[in-house]
Write a protein that binds this ligand. Structure first.
Ligand SMILES: NC(=O)c1ccc[n+]([C@@H]2O[C@H](COP(=O)([O-])OP(=O)(O)OC[C@H]3O[C@@H](n4cnc5c(N)ncnc54)[C@H](O)[C@@H]3O)[C@@H](O)[C@H]2O)c1
Length: 326
């Protein structure tokens, strides 16, 4: 039974990954500072799996703490980050510290702590707004926001640590992940939970821009699957980056229509100004992840949306998480 550390394990994607790792019989240690993560995301797991799951509360910006927790782990999944474009536009220094320095701390701790492999949560935002679709991993990156830059720097650090120090790393570029337990309330929230929670209350979804922006929305179970596959991917996959997505594109107006269909409603969107740093279109080529990781999406888009709607319908009374980055 191997020992996995999940940084950001109390966050949206992190808690799903922890669930997947526990189901696959791993022992797991969560590192989280609860800046955007929630205790409620992992409380049930801490109770149910107290023999195999431990929480270490602290920040990846603290190198001593990270070294202590990471030493002796087999795999580190590094998801901790300030994950917002808008926040990074307002506070690029905070994004830089948590996302770049934090990643460097994790890689140093893994290199020196006998870790076999680090799997890094990279971001499709690295591609920027270049017109060519679908995005392939060999395209030159063009980050448009401090957030995108920090995520790109993290994956480059991973590549360099594999090259120079022989630490196995795999960077997974996620495309617009959605699913249960994603934070819906913050001003910075992602579009799917914002739309769903408003539409459940019969409020019109707010669209920044004209709604023609399109995304490769990826249900969170697909991301968990990619991470689990990355654990046992061949060594040729290390030091590399992979698109992790659905491989389908939906614009925001079509997303509203799909949610209206699932909810049995007919709510028109309310349009507001575009936001700085947002990209227009995004679609992944997932061929490389198929070839080297054996990845393909297991849950298609509409099914993922239906599962997500169901979850928010049954969990409407969650208390908001804190929004202040520490
Ligand atoms: N959600 C997406 O669509 C998406 C897309 C691409 C990449 N990603 C990446 O996936 C990762 C997880 O994102 P998410 O959507 O689950 O966001 P999230 O905010 O739910 O999760 C981030 C977690 O990291 C924790 N954290 C932040 N800074 C920390 C620090 N310094 N030390 C310890 N913990 C810290 C937060 O408390 C939170 O639990 C991030 O690295 C993000 O950049 C997400």
């Amino acid at each position: 039974m191997s020992l996995a550390v999940v940084t950001g394990g109390a966050g949206f994607i992190g808690n799903h990954l922890v669930r997947g790792l526990l189901a696959a019989e791993h022992r797991v240690v969560i590192i989280d500072n609860f800046s955007t993560g929630r205790r409620g995301n992992i409380l049930d797991l801490l109770v149910r799996h107290r023999d195999r799951l431990r929480l270490e509360e602290g920040s990846v910006t603290d190198p001593v703490f990270v070294r202590r927790v990471v030493r002796g782990a087999d795999i580190v999944f590094h998801l901790a980050a300030v994950p917002s474009v808008q926040k990074s536009v307002e506070h690029p220094d905070i994004s830089n510290e948590h996302n770049i320095t934090g990643t460097l701390n994790v890689l140093l701790a893994a290199r020196d702590g006998g870790v076999r492999r680090v799997i890094y949560a990279a971001s499709s935002s690295a591609y920027g707004d270049t017109p060519t679709l679908p995005k392939t991993e060999d395209m030159p990156p063009e980050p448009l926001s401090p957030y995108a830059l920090t995520k790109l720097a993290g994956e480059q650090y991973c590549r360099i640590f594999t090259r120079i120090y022989g630490l196995e790393t795999i960077a997974l570029r996620y495309f617009n992940v959605f699913g249960p337990r994603q934070e819906p309330t913050s001003h910075y929230a992602a579009v799917v939970p914002r739309f769903i929670t408003r539409m459940l209350r019969d409020e019109p979804p707010i669209v920044y821009g004209d709604g023609n922006q399109s995304r490769d929305f990826t249900f969170v179970d697909n991301v968990v699957r990619a991470n689990l596959l990355a654990v046992r991917a061949p060594v040729e996959a290390t030091g590399r980056v992979f698109n992790i997505a659905c491989g389908e594109r939906l614009d925001l107006n079509a997303l509203v229509a799909a949610l209206n269909r699932i909810l049995g409603k007919d709510l028109p969107p309310r349009f507001q100004d575009f936001r700085p740093g947002d990209v227009m279109h995004s679609l992944a080529d997932i061929t490389l992840a198929g070839q080297l990781l054996g990845y393909s999406p297991i849950i298609p888009l509409e099914k993922g949306l239906a599962i997500t709607v169901d979850w928010y319908r049954n969990n409407e009374n969650r208390t908001p998480a804190t929004e202040t980055p520490s």
